[in-house]
Design a protein around this ligand. Structure first.
Ligand code: SF4
Length: 241
């Protein structure tokens, strides 16, 4: 049986959490050129909905790696249409992609961890660095329960690697909270999320999972769980909440 999203009610507990997230987003919005890095997953859709509803001066961008699923590209467009806002597509440097492909091949990331990290560097990490340049804060949809390495995730931290504040407004949310909110908001959902994909990255590096598997089991499934990060989220130098 494939995984399916939790069906939890949008109850008072979740509504309280939503109000706290509104406050956290308003705080993030006070930083110059604050932006949400959206991967269009349900977590990001909760944040996008609240940013749009509260008309917060927070920009949105998505890392268009060149290897995303068609369903992800569709939900970017659907989200722009639903909320009347623009999501900037940040693309990798074509010369860097060409150099990677010439060295390792189009799908060299299956062959070694080093190659996989090189591909993520070219298609995600460097574009993110570019997208964050000159900003005072960025916002992510990360949650503590998503992965072992995120258990100590703070709501606000200093991102020393990029030199700005980093907000994780959903740090204390459960997956059930996310789905309760996204359904209550009637936000656009990536069709893959309803077909066994609780976590969605690039097409060749993401698969559907079974009901009993860890929710990140479908990401880089050929690697050990310790290596399953793409380099976008490095350890903070200091947490403030
Ligand atoms: S997730 Fe896969 S395809 Fe996407 S950048 Fe990383 S290695 Fe490359």
């Amino acid at each position: 049986m494939i995984w399916s999203p939790p069906a939890a009610p949008f109850d008072a507990t979740v509504r309280d959490k939503v109000e706290r997230v509104r406050t956290r987003l308003a705080e993030a919005a006070q930083h110059p050129r604050a932006a949400l890095a959206t991967s269009l997953q349900p977590e990001d859709q909760v944040l996008t909905h609240l940013i749009a509803q509260d008309r917060l001066p927070i920009a949105l961008f998505a890392l268009e790696t060149g290897r995303l699923h068609a369903e992800t590209l569709e939900v970017i467009a659907a989200t722009e249409a639903r909320y009347g806002l623009a999501i900037e597509r940040i693309r990798p440097d074509p010369a860097a992609v060409a150099a990677y492909v010439a060295r390792d091949g189009e799908n060299g990331f299956y062959e070694s961890l080093e190659s996989r990290r090189s591909c993520c560097d070219v298609r995600k990490v460097e574009p993110l660095r570019r997208a964050l340049a000159g900003r005072g804060a960025w916002i992510t949809g990360q949650r503590r329960e998503q992965a072992q390495g995120r258990g100590g995730l703070a709501v606000v931290e200093h991102d020393a690697a990029h030199g700005l504040a980093k907000f994780n407004p959903l740090a204390d949310w459960t997956l059930a909270d996310v789905w309760a909110a996204v359904r209550a908001f009637d936000a656009p959902i990536n069709a893959l999320a309803l077909r066994g994909y609780p976590s969605i990255g690039c097409e060749p590096c993401t698969r559907a999972i079974r009901a009993h598997e860890d929710i990140r089991a479908g990401r880089w499934w050929w690697e050990s769980s310790e290596s399953k990060e793409c380099g976008l989220h490095v350890a903070p130098s200091g947490a403030t909440a």
